[in-house]
Design a protein around this ligand. Structure first.
Ligand SMILES: Nc1ncnc2c1ncn2[C@@H]1O[C@H](COP(=O)(O)OP(=O)(O)OP(=O)(O)O)[C@@H](O)[C@H]1O
Length: 238
């Protein structure tokens, strides 16, 4: 469900216009690999929730990498928060990246830092005062139900607990856009529902959310529009 912005007009948070992507395949020059995405166009309204679906190799992770600025397109235009990437200076990218939270299937927590410090890191990088960092981390731990694991290292947590920490870390600086790549791929059913609930809560608070998944049960449980990829092409949207 999209929330109207000022004047009732729903802004696009993300817009892809005829986007193509070729990976650089060594040893050739950049852009000579097979096409991972072809002619992909869509717009995601501010405050929407979308599933990203498609068989293995369809291009889901590639599309999300473009969306969270880990890659630039080989063709076409990606627009985020109204900024066209082709016209955005490299120096301006970190500021855009701070508006995007990313969750991966394999959590990617820093293994040598306790849970609380994993959550604090984005806040410290953003220069928040330490009292604010402590308050925000506490709030996040409460939200994900892990207050009593603040001092644990990630390896001491179950996969589902680690994924809840990863979601909290992705949203602790209140991103406008949250992208998740197979966030429940390694989780059992009970943990999958908890993760889905957290993603749904972020959406209800106004965050634009995109979730790639293979899990049709999940998709049926949370009715939302879907982008469906096949062979690098967007075959349906809605
Ligand atoms: N880093 C890379 N270098 C070269 N080719 C890549 C790279 N990552 C993905 N590809 C290729 O791009 C295409 C799309 O892959 P992608 O990982 O985006 O698909 P996917 O839909 O996310 O698949 P899965 O569901 O298995 O994760 C595939 O042909 C894949 O081999």
């Amino acid at each position: 469900m999209a929330r109207p912005a000022r004047g009732g007009i729903v802004r696009a948070m993300v817009r892809f216009d005829r986007v193509g992507l070729r990976y650089p395949v060594p040893p050739g020059p950049e852009g000579t690999g097979p096409e991972a995405l072809r002619d992909v166009s869509f717009a995601l309204p501010e405050g929407s929730f979308h599933w990203l679906l498609g068989p293995s190799g369809a291009g889901k992770s590639s599309l999300l990498r473009l969306m969270h600025l880990a890659l630039r397109p080989s063709r076409g235009e990606v627009e985020l928060f109204g900024a066209r990437l082709s016209q955005t200076r490299r120096a301006a990218l970190p500021r855009l990246r701070r508006r995007i939270g990313v969750v991966h299937q394999d959590f990617r927590l820093l293994p040598h830092l306790p849970v609380a410090d994993n959550l604090a890191l984005p806040l410290r990088i953003a220069g928040r005062a330490e009292a604010q960092v402590r308050a925000d981390v506490e709030e996040m731990l409460r939200w994900i139900g892990l207050v009593n694991r603040a001092d644990a290292l990630p390896a001491a947590l179950s996969g589902g607990e680690q994924q809840r920490v990863a979601i909290a870390r992705a949203v602790v600086i209140r991103p406008a856009l949250l992208v998740a790549d197979e966030p429940t791929g390694n989780l059992d059913a009970a943990q999958t529902w908890r993760v889905l609930r957290l993603l749904g809560e972020m959406h209800r608070m106004g965050t634009t959310v995109v979730v790639a998944t293979h899990d049709e049960v999940l998709v049926r449980a949370h009715a939302a529009p879907a982008l469906r990829l096949e062979g690098g092409r967007l075959v349906s949207h809605g």
